[in-house]
Design a protein. Structure first.
Length: 711
């Protein structure tokens, strides 16, 4: 009996220890607070942002957008919304059909794709115009105008005593600085339900006339990657005050066929004056001022909320965000990297909530500045959105999935034009769902199963007939395309994937076949689509089953999986060991299947970690490698990959994933980090034990709660 009692005690003790690691109550406020960004010097790569998922506003060290030109080549001071788009006049009447070129990709027919490169000038001009149209707008600069005794505007070098903190728990940026020996304080927030910022500012410089609030509005540039502000085209747009009264004014903005409004509200005595075209200054009569600026695609009403009301709404919103959903505390870990990993986790959760939680898929630079003309890339939607479901914020993923139904007709037209069934989801697009011309994008296919993966995550959390009913049509149409895209190889009695550009974008569509990640994703997507048919009360699709059972296995050579069956020279050609090592996604992003063997995948992981050209990678390559290592039972390598010291795995003081001098922020990296940490903590289907992706060497104490398993 005594031995039995000791045995039972040990079982209970071990169980208690497990629960302490996985589910012990975490002081969330304390964890969030210790990761608040603190800025004490001008750093053009460290501006802070407030936002609500559909709108974001980025500030410099003053708490407003005072020095936008200085930050232009760092992380720009953007004001962007998901509705704010603009198109240049199409004076040449360019049409997408003019960019089509036909290709024989081995499917016994010609298929048309919108491309850029062409010998025909009209074709090239049309492609370049349509690629840049539509483009996302910078809605306007809201900042301080700081002038000296002679009314000359001063730059950031005149600012000292910088002390700026982003209170993540409340969603408020508090900024203090000095200029001309006088202190200026700013509190900046974003309304959680409106495209509106509010600020409380204070300084004796207001009464001296050296400090004002400026509103400055640019014309768009239409360039690939920039702020995007053209300050040298005042005649191409209109900014006018259409309404003004005690404590408020409404401005109307007209840019070609685009129109939107800006409503400014303030308390106390102040006046909004026009300084020049598109430039207005709010001049207060006292040292203290509360004001708000609302951006709207529709003419706004006169209702307003005070700064106090807005900060109360913001605090309530952010406290609710942090108190609910998944959470991780690494504070008791001994590994020297744990503190940095926790910082990245907390800041990534904040950034994804303010930049990527809207009703449409986000661009890779979110709502901060334009990359690829502000358009979004559907192959990146997995990285932007999957983490929301794993961190038990499924509703934030679900918001952006409704957009797919609005562009269903476009996706059906593309599939039909190329001779496929179902829907072929576009790669680079805007609100319209029109495919952007490109020599790469239209040939990608790995975005096709994303919709199946993401809707499956939603079903796993809800498991309701309503979810099946809501998404089944687009799931089945996606699977129909996937089934019609494969080519049957009669000689070897197998199905192949050919005529594509892989996620590892170094191979030509005309030469490439059987890439490992795409094969595994086809197997997963069709398998899940079959489950959806059964849940919907339908029989299994025989063609889909035949493809699942006969899909080509991953090609290997010398005990390593190849970048493609068509690339046997993978490990002797630098092209194939650069860019994304998507071979690891075949068993990292995706669960185990019959197409590969774990020992060969492990050999491939080891080779990649030692030999890959890591200086030619992207931010989500490190999480993808870590996911593969975790699934292969290599948690030490998972942590090593996730925290590898490489330029494209850099996380700035504001939490953004830095890539290079062009992509100074890259949100797929942040999303990939959150997805990977979730699976390393809560596990994946079939994983054993607690925190299976973290080392059991005594250096990692991972407390987590509210995180869901990965498939």
């Amino acid at each position: 009996m005594k031995k039995l009692a000791i045995y039972l005690f040990l079982i209970l003790f071990c169980r208690a220890g497990l629960d302490a690691t996985a589910n012990n109550a975490i002081n969330r406020h304390q964890v969030v607070e210790r990761n608040n960004p603190h800025i004490s010097a001008v750093d053009t790569l460290a501006p802070l942002s407030v936002g609500n998922g559909t709108f974001a506003y980025t500030v410099d060290i003053t708490g407003l957008q005072t020095f936008p030109v200085h930050y232009r080549l760092g992380v720009p001071l953007g004001t962007q919304s998901q509705w704010g788009w603009h198109s240049f006049p199409n004076t040449e009447n360019y049409k997408l059909e003019e960019t089509f070129e036909e290709y024989d990709l081995g499917r016994r027919r010609l298929e048309s794709y919108p491309i850029v490169s062409s010998q025909d000038k009209r074709h090239r001009d049309a492609a370049n115009f349509l690629r840049a149209d539509a483009h996302r707008l910078h809605l306007g600069i809201v900042g301080y105008e700081i002038t000296d005794d002679k009314q000359r505007t001063v730059g950031s070098d005149a600012v000292s005593g910088i002390d700026q903190v982003l209170d993540l728990w409340k969603g408020i940026i508090s900024s203090r600085f000095q200029v001309f020996g006088k202190q200026v304080t700013t509190e900046t927030i974003c309304h959680p339900g409106k495209d509106m910022i509010a600020a409380k500012v204070s300084s004796a410089l207001f009464k001296e006339g050296k400090l004002k609030i400026k509103l400055h509005f640019p014309y768009p540039t239409g360039r690939n990657t920039d702020d995007p502000c053209d300050w040298n085209a005042p005649g191409k747009h209109i900014t006018q005050i259409t309404e003004q009264g005690d404590g408020y004014a409404v401005l109307e903005r007209i840019l070609d066929d685009t129109k939107y409004y800006v409503r400014v509200n303030w308390t106390g005595k102040a006046k909004l004056n026009k300084k020049e075209d598109h430039y207005f200054v709010l001049v207060p009569e006292s040292a203290d001022l509360d004001f708000s600026v609302l951006f709207s695609s529709e003419k706004p009403d006169r209702s307003s909320e005070t700064f106090g009301q807005t900060i109360a709404e913001s605090s309530k919103h952010w406290e609710n965000y942090w108190q609910n959903g998944g959470f991780i505390d690494l504070g008791e870990s001994k590994d020297s990297r744990a503190k940095e990993l926790e910082r990245r986790i907390i800041l990534s959760q904040y950034l994804m909530a303010i930049q990527c939680a809207g009703e449409v898929p986000p661009q890779e630079t979110g709502l901060t500045y334009n990359s690829w003309y502000g358009k979004f890339h559907l192959e990146m939607h997995w990285w932007h959105g999957v983490h929301f479901a794993l961190w038990n914020r499924t509703e934030l993923l679900e918001k952006s999935l409704d957009w797919y139904s609005t562009v269903l007709e476009e996706a059906e037209k593309t599939a039909k034009r190329q001779g496929f069934e179902g829907v072929r989801w576009m790669k680079m697009t805007d609100l319209s769902g029109t495919e952007s011309p490109s020599d790469v994008g239209p040939f990608l296919i790995w975005q096709q199963p994303h919709l199946i993966y993401m809707t499956e995550l939603i079903y796993r959390q809800r498991q309701s007939p309503e979810i099946i009913e809501k998404y089944k049509d687009i799931v089945f149409k996606t699977a129909d395309f996937m089934a019609s895209f494969v080519t049957f190889d009669e000689e070897n009695d197998r199905y192949m994937l050919k005529g594509l550009i892989a996620a590892q974008e170094v191979m030509k569509a005309s030469e490439t076949y059987n890439t490992p990640f795409e094969l595994s994703y086809w197997h997963y997507g069709l398998s899940v689509a079959q489950q959806w048919r059964e849940r919907a009360g339908l029989g299994r699709n025989e063609k889909w089953d035949d493809i699942i059972n006969k899909l080509s296995v991953l090609a290997a050579k010398d005990g390593l999986y190849l970048a493609a069956e068509s690339a046997p020279e993978t490990y002797s050609d630098i092209r194939y060991t650069s860019d994304h090592m998507s071979v690891l996604g075949a068993f990292g992003i995706l669960p185990e299947n019959r197409l590969f063997e774990k020992p060969v995948m492990k050999n491939t992981l080891d080779w990649v970690m030692k030999n890959w050209n890591w200086d030619r990678t992207w931010g989500w390559d490190f999480p993808m490698t870590a996911m593969c290592a975790a699934r292969l039972g290599e948690p030490e390598k998972a942590v090593d990959a996730l925290l590898m010291d490489q330029r494209t795995n850099t996380y700035l003081p504001n939490g953004h994933n830095y890539q290079n001098s062009i992509l100074r922020i890259y949100l797929p990296g942040n999303g990939g980090l959150l997805t990977t940490v979730a699976m390393m903590a809560a596990g994946w289907d079939g994983s054993q034990g607690d925190t299976p992706g973290f080392p059991k060497n005594g250096n990692w104490v991972v407390k987590y709660e509210g995180i869901n398993r990965m498939p």
